[in-house]
Design a protein around this ligand. Structure first.
Ligand code: F6R
Length: 607
């Protein structure tokens, strides 16, 4: 889950590479490095920690050279320090790598026996030595790279540069994404089009097994056998935005506040607000004819799918199998030919989600992708792309992508209900009208900032938190806990409220705040009983509810956050905001790195 960039340029490339790496920092940020070739010498600067450290290193010791490669790292093999930072060198070869070389231990033993010395703990260094050994055996740079690639197993995107050739970079892809950017008398490689956006929007994506020979005035792509292959050149949409916090302290804060607008954009793609109908979709399957729907995703995207299950089953009477993608891909689930599969992913690059998609592809079922990055691998490998129109999400913790995923899933469930005849035209209208209200209610929730900030100050004094909810608020409870733990590092768990007495209740005492998500719905009373069980054991309750719920909750709470009364179908969308805000403000009080929390990365392209 690292980010890589390479430039065969006309001017000094080191500052340009750092600039491009900044747009890839979402992929990892525990160390970074740049290497160039100038005056026949290979040189590099590397630094532990964020890119600012590399920038200061380069200011103190600049690098010349019109050709270079760069890397921002999310550690897999070896701790995040300067020695393990990329680029890795072996004699005349420099390499940056994203992914995992699975047979690295075997290759390392073999290369060490041949006298190659390893200076890092990474799997990447074997690639540099492999290429170097081929050069030493008399191969030219391109042939040396090709021979080395044939030995690699696992997932990789690579850029390889040579001291002896200032007009050559070899790129390769097997798994993690890699794009070639076409310039005027200069060429680029990058983990995504966004990284290359300031340089070019003319992009060719490599496919799995491809490797490319990139020079200032030309590029060629080959398959692993070395046969030339043709790949489409396309205009990327990546230039159309600026990565900018506006007047907010953090990207996460900005993205939370963008939700009314992006939810509205997303919904407008799937429903007609004027006619209050769901829009017909050009799907590779017919909702009326399938008997099951498989959903698969990771993390927050998985939790959106879990909410989706309730909607599809309730509104369209369509049974849904939902799995965490890392389980789905190995559990050898029998897939009915009369089903369809949907994969949910903000980045569209998550390795486990992609592997689940390929499993379903082999099983021959039609595939749809609910993705935010329309040019991503998952989007490209699907039969239909169902976009979330959240815009670029930079904060590592997913916020607006989540509510946009929910918006797509709710709209699809309504569409499925129409197709399957489980809802009448009047019910469709009522549901679409309810959905169209979501942006307005989301806006109202943002106004509760002051109260939520106050509760968060209190929360930041605790080490453990429980989240409870029933029905669609159960996945939301898990999302609340995930958000809180990933950015504030407070240990949090989300449970179905009815499960409390089957174990977690043992944890309840005055040191364990319990956040209960409970709009006044048909099962509100059940949740009130669970709150009473908590209160009876000295637990402190933070209740997130609506006006009626606040009036009827017969328990003492530490705080009650009262949201607007909203139609049932949009509660998960509207109630997502206070849980995001609670996590955000708590993290701010804890003084953590909100946008780039420790150990995480935005795009998870390894298993
Ligand atoms: C949590 C979060 C992650 C992602 C997960 C899947 O805030 O962002 O749990 O949801 O890594 O990523 P995508 O959606 O890119 O497949």
């Amino acid at each position: 889950m690292c980010g890589i960039v390479a430039i065969v340029g006309q001017t000094a490339v080191a500052p340009l590479i750092v600039d491009a790496l900044k747009r890839l920092e979402y992929r990892g940020y525990d160390s970074a490095g740049v290497a160039t070739v100038a005056q026949g010498k290979l040189a590099r600067r590397r630094a532990e920690g964020k890119l600012v450290n590399l920038e200061s290193r380069l200011q103190a010791e600049p690098l010349d050279g019109n050709i270079g490669i760069g890397h921002t790292r999310w550690a897999t093999h070896g701790v995040p320090n300067e020695t393990n930072a990329h680029p890795h060198f072996s004699n005349d070869v420099a390499v940056v790598h994203n992914g995992i070389i699975e047979n690295f231990a075997e290759l390392r033993t073999e290369l060490a026996a041949d006298g190659y010395e390893f200076t890092s703990q990474t799997d990447t260094e074997v690639v540099a030595h492999l290429v170097s050994r081929e050069l030493a055996r008399g191969a030219g740079p391109v042939a040396a790279a090709h021979e080395a690639l044939k030995r690699l197993e696992g997932a990789f995107a690579l850029a390889i540069m040579f001291r002896g050739d200032e007009d050559l970079i070899v790129g390769a892809r097997n798994g993690p994404p890699l794009a070639v950017g076409h310039g005027e008398g200069e060429m680029f490689l990058g983990s995504d089009a966004i990284a290359l956006a300031p340089f070019t929007n003319s992009i060719t994506y490599l496919e799995d097994g491809d490797w490319a020979v990139v020079r200032r005035g030309s590029f060629e792509i080959f398959d692993i056998e070395g046969k030339p292959v043709a790949r489409k050149r396309q205009q990327s949409l990546g230039t159309s935005f600026m990565v900018d916090k506006g007047n907010r302290r953090h990207f996460m804060e900005k993205e939370i506040h963008e939700q009314p607008e992006v939810i509205s954009h997303t919904l407008a793609h799937y429903v007609d607000f004027t006619a209050s109908t769901s829009r017909p979709l050009d799907l590779p399957f017919d909702f009326a004819r399938i008997d099951r729907l498989a959903l698969s995703a990771c993390g927050t995207a998985y939790l959106s799918g879990l909410v989706g299950k309730y909607w599809f089953e309730r509104i369209a009477r369509l049974p849904v199998d939902i799995d965490i993608a890392s389980e789905f891909r190995y559990r050898e689930m029998p897939i009915s030919q009369n089903s369809a599969a949907l994969f949910i992913s903000q980045s569209g690059e998550t390795a486990d989600t992609l592997a689940s998609l390929r499993y379903c592809r082999k099983a021959g079922v039609p595939i749809g992708a609910i993705v935010n990055v329309r040019e991503s691998t998952i989007a490209r490998e699907s039969d239909v792309v169902l976009p979330t129109l959240a815009g670029p999400e930079i904060g590592v913790a997913s916020t607006k992508a989540f509510t946009c995923q929910l918006s797509v899933l709710a709209s699809l469930a309504v569409r499925a209900g129409v197709a399957r005849g489980t809802i009448s035209p009047d019910e469709e209208k009522a549901l679409v009208r309810a959905l169209s209200e979501a942006p307005r209610y989301a806006n109202q929730v943002l106004k509760l900032e002051e109260q939520i900030e106050k509760v968060s100050r209190e929360l930041s004094h605790y080490r453990h938190v429980l989240y409870l909810g029933r029905d669609t608020n159960f996945p939301l409870a898990m999302e609340g806990a995930l958000k809180l733990k990933e950015i504030s590092y407070i240990h949090a768990e989300g449970y179905a409220a009815g499960e409390l007495k089957h174990g977690p209740i043992a944890l309840i005492d005055e040191n364990m705040p319990v956040i209960v998500i409970a709009p006044h719905d048909r099962i509100f009373e059940k949740t009130v009983s669970n709150m009473q069980e908590v209160a009876a054991r000295g637990g402190k309750i933070i209740l997130i509810t609506d006006r009626k719920g606040a009036e009827q909750a017969t328990v003492d709470t530490m705080e009650t956050i009262v949201l607007p009364d909203v139609p049932e179908i949009i509660t998960p969308i509207v109630y997502a905001l206070p849980i995001q805000m609670l996590a955000y403000f708590t993290a701010v009080f804890m003084g953590t790195d909100v946008d780039q929390p420790r150990n995480l990365a935005k795009s998870v392209t390894v298993e």
